[in-house]
Design a protein around this ligand. Structure first.
Ligand code: G3P
Length: 221
């Protein structure tokens, strides 16, 4: 399972990228709006720091403008994946960009049928938003399960990228149903790292070692 960070925060990206646990980044206009500074410079810096795929989203909703923005975003670097909304002109753009060899991530997907169409159009990734489905009383993870099964049945090569993740259990569940990628806000990745028994165990290891050192002050490892 690949782990992407769902953020435009450079500080968080650097912290987790240095740990070697981040395979890529997803951004969107909302995430960029939360950061101080020029969005173009932020996007450029993310693409520079991270070796893996970085999804940068178009703002346009009409085919010609989507294609124009996709070409501009692609200039940030080879690892850019152009993120395109699940709308009719978006599907046309996905098809055209695939023909040009430009990879896409179809966003704002909320059903298995939308995911099938994005895959048919030629998207490299589909991004179903599970938290927003949970928010309105649907079970987001069921949609992931359906998409994974359908893509397997027909050997679609499009990767299932689980987005709108709200807590660590979403990550475990996405892994159990076989999703290809999860994209997480940095605070959820932080929560995944922690366990109270790890902290408690480390305190005991360190204090026991102090006792050994008291008896053998010259001791080193
Ligand atoms: O990548 C966008 C997606 O993860 C949105 O998440 O929390 O705004 O529903 P959220």
């Amino acid at each position: 399972m690949k782990i992407f960070l769902d953020t435009a925060n450079l500080e968080a990206i650097k912290i987790y990228n240095d740990m070697g646990i981040v395979d890529g980044i997803t951004t969107n206009p909302t995430l960029l709006s939360k950061e101080k500074g020029n969005p173009a410079e932020i996007m450029q810096e993310i693409v520079r720091i991270v070796n893996g795929p970085v999804s940068l989203e178009v703002i346009a909703t009409r085919i010609d403008e989507i294609i124009d923005e996709a070409h501009k975003l692609k200039k940030y670097g080879q690892n850019v994946i152009v993120k395109i909304p699940m709308i009719p002109d978006g599907m046309k753009a996905v098809k055209k960009l695939k023909e040009e060899g430009i990879e896409t991530n179809v966003t704002l997907v909320f059903s298995a049928n939308q995911a099938i169409l994005a895959a048919k159009a030629g998207a490299s990734y589909v991004s179903p938003f599970i938290g927003r489905l949970d928010d309105i009383g649907n079970e987001g993870m069921l949609v992931i399960k359906e998409i994974v099964q359908i893509f397997r049945n027909y050997e679609f090569r499009t990767q299932v990228l689980v987005a709108s993740i709200r807590h660590p259990v979403h990550v475990t569940e996405a892994g159990k149903v076989g999703a290809d990628v999860v994209t997480l806000p940095p605070d959820i990745l932080g929560k995944m790292l922690l366990h109270p028994l790890t902290d408690k165990g480390l305190v005991a290891f360190l204090s026991d070692w102090e006792k050994v050192k008291k008896e053998n002050p010259q001791l080193t490892i």
